[in-house]
Design a protein around this ligand. Sequence first.
Ligand SMILES: [Zn+2]
Length: 332
Amino acid sequence: MSSESPITSKSAGRFGSPFNINSDANVSYSSESFEAWKPAKAYTSSGRMGPAAPWFLALMTVVSSLISMVIYHYILNLLNIFLITPIIGGLIVGLLVAIAVKPGHCRRFKFAAACGAIGGVLTYGGDLVLDTIDQRPIIVQRAVSLLSIDQNVPIADATQVIEQYLTPLTTFKVVMQSRADAGVSIVSQSGSNASGIPIRGMLFYVLMVVEIVLVAGSAAGIAGAAAASRYCEDCGCWHRSQVAFKVSELSSKNLLGAIETHEWDRAAAIASNEKVKTAKSWCTVSVERCPRCHDGLIRASQTEGKEVTSLYSRFLPAKDVEQLLALGRLKN
Ligand SMILES: [Zn+2]
């Protein structure tokens, strides 16, 4: 950290401040830095994967589905937000599959996306199976009372008949049928007096297909994205992303100016004087790199409220990564 840096107090970082000597006009670009700031090359994954990846991913898809179907059944169903619940369910299983994509070194987008989609369908199906298991005692009880009262059949006999009739598949069909008959009502969360239009019969099954597509689609997207993320084929490892700098909007021009000229000491000094937590908008500079050969790129983005705007994504030379490591702005 250079103590002679002019940017040591917060006020010096303000735009238009008389102390701000680092406006664009004063930034000098060396020919070297021009050469170094090549825009990041578009990345396309190699489509390769480790020899054990297919089996590992298949196994982890099943494990992920089991975990997410329990979450879906016992937690997400309580929220029950129209069309949102299946997307959240899909994101959960997709994330679990995505975690397995990394140690499996799977760079094949289609394979990872397919695993995610299968995980999504298994999650949704698993929730229906758990529903069926929950509903069975109620169905048995109702059917037994109908048989014994209406048809005058002794309870023990009626129970035996019903238990025999209700195989897992029949129970599932009965549960689905009764759900389709009862229908689903979409009610707004605030309006308690609004009854909503129930979705019944065929429409109920159409809604189910839509939900399955949402679960599978969101899971496939997340798992596929993990396989398509940057990977160093030379070193055999995934790129890692770390935030190197985060400053409030007031200092962002100064910071970006320092980065532009590769003055990492100055950039670090600007960032270390920042309290971003109280800022409404800020600038984030992150470095994505191979943890071994330091082949990397630098990204800058501006966040304003919920809106994130990407400023640039450029190739970052290994010597710059090493300087950032030495300054403690990146961790090994
Ligand atoms: Zn590498």
